[in-house]
Design a protein around this ligand. Structure first.
Ligand SMILES: [Zn+2]
Length: 238
């Protein structure tokens, strides 16, 4: 229902769009560059600008629960939406600084997956930190993981996505690294994210185009959350 432009090009910062309707407290557009919360990655914030210059600030983005395929652009509570009648044309623009941090961290979590060969059973990616929970009992070392990430960032590996059929995914169950997030089914195709020579797994999130773009990311904390869970927290180096 909403054309999700970020799935093909995560570097888009803005797009023209038309209002389809208001529902569940959010604005539904015919197309968008706003990523809705999913796969552990936070939803985008940003602004919608109308032809007369009126700006509606968007605080968060979610998938609609009631309308499959619709993306909800959620304004701050109390925002006046009376000008956003269906058919209204506007410019949708994301908070790029925030999103780029999501993209850098998100891509870094893939590097972490390549360094820690265990299933993932939880994931959260925000602008301030990222964390991955691995299903494992062995200890992990902060310094060696940071060194591993630094090496893969410096390796400047290309990052790209492609679509494979569900049959192809079924034939390669080892591709699915996450126990908590299964790739969406029923669309006939699944998006896979490849970091050349490093990692390949289904993922619908937004990523940088090359690992060098991640910059200086360090492991800030490793926690034993349970007998079978090790949590790794990433941060940007100051
Ligand atoms: Zn990803």
């Amino acid at each position: 229902m909403t054309d999700e432009l970020f799935r093909e090009d995560a570097s888009l910062r803005e797009c023209r769009a038309a209002v389809l309707g208001l529902d569940e407290g959010g604005v539904i557009l015919d197309r968008t560059v706003f990523y809705p919360l999913g796969g552990g990655q936070a939803g985008d914030a940003g602004r919608l600008t109308l032809a007369d210059g009126t700006v509606v600030d968007i605080a968060d983005t979610r998938k609609s629960k009631e309308r499959p395929g619709a993306v909800l652009h959620l304004p701050a509570p109390g925002t006046d939406l009376s000008q956003l009648a269906p058919g209204t044309l506007l410019m949708a623009q994301i908070d790029w600084q925030r999103r780029h941090r999501h993209m850098r961290f998100h891509t870094a979590t893939h590097l972490l997956c390549a360094l820690v060969p265990h299933p993932v059973d939880g994931c959260s990616i925000t602008a301030g930190y990222a964390r991955l929970d691995f299903h494992m009992s062995e200890p992990l070392d902060k310094e060696s993981l940071t060194a591993g990430i630094t090496r893969l960032v410096a390796g400047a590996h290309a990052v790209r996505h492609r679509w494979i059929s569900e049959a192809e995914l079924d034939a390669n169950p080892g591709l699915v690294r996450s126990m908590s997030v299964q790739p969406p089914r029923g669309l006939g195709r699944v998006r896979v994210l490849e970091i050349e020579g490093v990692d390949l797994q289904p993922c619908g999130g937004t990523h940088v185009a090359n690992t060098a773009e991640i910059g200086a990311v360090i492991v800030t904390k490793i926690e034993k959350k349970s007998a079978m869970t090790r949590r790794v927290v990433l941060g940007f180096a100051a």
